[in-house]
Design a binder for this molecule. Sequence first.
Ligand SMILES: Cc1ncc(COP(=O)(O)O)c(C=O)c1O
Length: 440
Amino acid sequence: MNHDSSMVNSYRPGSAALTVRQQDLIDRRERVLGSAYRLFYERPIEIVSGQDVWLFGPDGERYLDAYNNVVSVGHCHPRVVQEIARQSAVLSTHTRYLSELVLDYAERLVATMPAALSQVMFTCTGSEANDLALRIARKHTSATGIIITENAYHGVTDAVSQISPSLGPGVNLGSHVRTVPVPDPSMGADAGAVFAKSVAEAIADLQRHGYQPAALIVDTIFSSDGVMPYVGPMLTAAVDLVRSAGGIFIADEVQAGFARTGDTFWGFQRHNLVPDIVTMGKPMGNGYPVAGVVVQSEVVARFGNESRYFNTFGGNSVAMAAAGSVLDVIENQGLQQNAQAVGIAFAEALRQVQSGDSRIDAIRQAGLFIGVDLVHPGNDRNADRIFASHIVNRMRDNGVLISATGRHGNVLKIRPPLTFSLDHVSVFIHALLASLATAQ
Ligand SMILES: Cc1ncc(COP(=O)(O)O)c(C=O)c1O
């Protein structure tokens, strides 16, 4: 079986000694799940339960979860669990009947956005949301060209795998797709101009090959590109160029959305612009599969007139109850404010570690989304993927779960549930210092 993949932090057989049980579970997975799945960590972990920011193994081992943004209000949050159970006992059906449930949630969701983003279509996964967004974009623009970032990830359907270069060289990008590099946020105001220049070149190249641009789509925190939270209007000039060439702007909020970035509820709001389409998923149901597309009414008009849309499970009654309870918890527990305050303190604590360790380069943070560059010490400060992998695995050994990301795989990706507290930050820093000490 081919275990090599472009995925950073994927398990490779033989890289560490496993218990009999771990090996048995891995063998069973390979037999029955086949060759496409990947596990995290040199020594994969078995999880049997979760509670808030903690995950538990079969023998009571406890891991601090500093990585999962799906359960963004905490593992098994009692209110979400209760709402899913309650609604399951009342009704679970689809969007072809009149029901207030889906309308109540849709109205609540669009109320979190600028007024122009006024209509919602529900899916079950982020991939489906992006797939639908591409179809809407093509109908609206009568064009097919798509511009994405260099190491983007937008999902797994046939159409969106073609705009997901982070899946690696084994997955072809479409001939209608062009990639642009994500500039370094430390460039400040220049980052926007640099990005716009790359987008202009991509538009010109698409046109030279007979494609008009349908859309620029970005993950608004550029997570697979290395976690790039910009301050200021980094995307504005590029979005203007795409729009004047007839295309639209799609904000993929699967990673950044639902209060994660602290200062705003949606990642695109940090860029101070209004997308034509916003796609979302992961944290929307705190683990219940619910995702969707929010779109400007005139952008979806032609699609709506010419195609019918129905998604059997998208927007089902239980999904709406789960998603509604997630909004309740974010509001009631002040989780956006918590992400903002704890995120700042977390970055500050990381900077203190950085001041004593020259292998830590830039630390980029927005709310509870943090990227930490690990580099070879010395003048060149080149990306150190092997060291990043080492730290991710030692953190795991020390009971804290994170991963790595970015084109060079050297960026520690720290993205805990939004209930993370200062005490959890202390546990994290303690484990990080111990992990760094294992490789001097
Ligand atoms: C930015 C982004 N878009 C889309 C997706 C796809 O979402 P899903 O796995 O729910 O299909 C992901 C998943 O990791 C993602 O990170």
